[in-house]
Design a protein around this ligand. Sequence first.
Ligand code: ADP
Ligand code: MG
Ligand code: MG
Length: 211
Amino acid sequence: MADVSLDLLTEWLRRFQSLVADNRVYLTELDSAIGDADHGANMDRGMAAVVAKLQEAPPTAVDDLFKRAGMTLVSTVGGASGPLYGTFFLRLGTSLGAESSVTAEALGAGLRAGLEGVLQRGKAEAGDKTMYDALAPALDAFDGVAAGGGTAAQAAHAAFEAAVAGRDATEPLVARKGRASYLGERSAGHLDPGATSTALLFQALDETLAG
Ligand code: ADP
Ligand code: MG
Ligand code: MG
């Protein structure tokens, strides 16, 4: 089974940046309904800074790639999403180590380490209407395919579909974490912005690995 190269993982982040830029207005619209109307701006500023950093000096290994991405997000995004996505990428980098390519299973384990970081920081549970609700099912799907001997591309495709389903399932939920929770029952009937950007993260991985 072909491993996923540092170049492809770098391309994943570039593609995520481009999807975030394309969806900047949409993500901010979602956040204007149940938050403070900045999720698109936050993610776009953060990912543009990540891509600029990678342009300055190409990553030397997969841990360098994701640790730099994570640190850049933490330092450039003030909102909840900066530290959450930042921690996700930092933990992913630490888990993968100084490799030049990774197996599907290692990538799955790394994404899982990232999720643990999000949980430690944000303490979200399933159904709280956060990015967790797209991330957790995506990783379960990824691991299921990888454990069954599937390729990283197949795992990423399953993860994207699960992230989309998880994102869509946030619509009727009442938020219990983050700014949207201040609205109580009025947060129901809207997609969660962070779950929506997380679906873009897996769309980017799916598109990148599909070639
Ligand atoms: P802010 O709410 O500080 O303005 P953003 O608008 O950029 O930050 O991000 C909001 C998103 O962050 C939410 O839609 C939700 O998905 C996610 N989020 C907020 N709090 C938490 C948390 N405690 N755990 C996980 N995700 C969270
Ligand atoms: Mg916001
Ligand atoms: Mg904000």
